[in-house]
Ligand binder design. Structure first.
Ligand SMILES: Cc1cc2nc3c(=O)[nH]c(=O)nc-3n(C[C@H](O)[C@H](O)[C@H](O)COP(=O)(O)OP(=O)(O)OC[C@H]3O[C@@H](n4cnc5c(N)ncnc54)[C@H](O)[C@@H]3O)c2cc1C
Length: 292
């Protein structure tokens, strides 16, 4: 099945795009977190969202989710790791699934400012953003997982079903001290190392992760974080300072691919994100009509 549009991200930009395209009767898939956006939820009090003064981030996120649900918008819980522009359509890698869509709206928020030295250079050559996608290739091999969220512990455990050795480096407050490490090791055979990754090295392929305490030799390095830079997500996409270069209609350098919200550049504000979600959606409608 090929969707008219895949919307990536469930913050205000993605949700608004999904609502607009649903009103326009387009066949969409909205991929992201079911609870909307951690960024929205972390705002204590928001005073500049038109019509909803003095609202907490949690309340605003819930209102947005409820609004989208009331229009029939459904969220596919997942994380997109790669978008392949094939010309006629896009292939969207989400976990183990490859989703097809005629157009894409990127609404993934601001990407991380700091990637690890060597991360971009070795991406696709020993560095991967998706452990569930590549796990089968690690049969009998060793891997290091650098994880930025508890959400990815399951991905590491899945990888260990194939790999003979997995080192897990949590970049977040990991469990309750040593007990959690022992439980993870006992349940899944994963070694937890509380170290700070410094650099990825290798020849043609990445084969070493240097940390603040060790030099770890490995067959592959998985870097699991919520946000992936737009340039890594879409090969060939024009970016500038970490954001996507867009025209006023939110079109990008890749035909059929639109961007909205923080990923499309400053100002980083909620109402601007929602407005761009709407603009991108209407531009997609025009694009799809012209393609017919
Ligand atoms: C503490 C704080 C307070 C703020 N206060 C205000 C305020 O008072 N007023 C204001 O206007 N703005 C405020 N902002 C800014 C506002 O939150 C952002 O501008 C807004 O959330 C941007 O919306 P967005 O939809 O572009 O991206 P986001 O809200 O960042 O949402 C992006 C979503 O995409 C998901 N995603 C990312 N990558 C992928 C992927 N590869 N696959 C699937 N999903 C993915 C993310 O998990 C996230 O759910 C505040 C921000 C913070 C952090």
């Amino acid at each position: 099945m090929r969707y008219d549009t895949a919307i990536i991200g469930t913050g205000p930009a993605g949700l608004e795009a999904a609502i607009t395209l649903t009103i326009r009767k387009k066949n969409i898939i909205l991929i992201g977190k079911k609870n909307s956006s951690n960024k929205v939820r972390s705002a204590e009090k928001i005073d500049n969202y038109l019509g909803i003064p003095s609202v907490s981030g949690d309340d605003l996120a819930q209102k947005m989710l409820d609004h989208a649900a009331s229009m029939g918008v459904e969220i596919t819980d997942g994380r997109v790791t790669l978008i392949y522009p094939y010309g006629e359509y896009f292939g969207i890698q989400c976990g183990e699934d490859m989703i097809e869509a005629s157009s894409v709206i990127l609404a993934t928020g601001v990407a991380p400012a700091n990637t690890l030295p060597g991360e971009n250079e070795f991406l696709g050559r020993g560095v991967s953003y998706c452990a569930t996608c590549d796990a089968a290739m690690y049969k009998g091999k060793n891997a290091v997982v650098v994880s930025y969220s508890k959400d990815y512990e399951e991905e590491a455990i899945f990888l260990k079903k194939y790999a003979s050795g997995v080192i897990y480096i949590p970049m977040y407050e990991f469990g309750e001290g040593k007990d959690a490490e022992e439980i993870m090791a006992a349940d899944s055979g994963i070694t937890v190392l509380k170290q700070k990754p410094a650099e990825i090295k290798g020849g043609f392929k990445a084969d070493t992760l240097i940390t603040d305490q060790d030099t770890l030799k490995t067959d592959g390095i998985f870097i699991l974080r919520d946000q992936i830079s737009a340039a890594s997500l879409v090969p060939g996409l024009e970016t500038e300072g970490g954001t996507v270069k867009c025209r006023r209609d939110m079109s990008t350098s890749v035909p059929g691919l639109y961007a909205a919200g923080d990923i499309a550049g400053a100002p980083y504000q909620l109402i601007k994100a929602a407005g761009e979600g709407l603009t991108a959606a209407l531009s997609v409608v025009k694009y799809l009509n012209e393609k017919k």
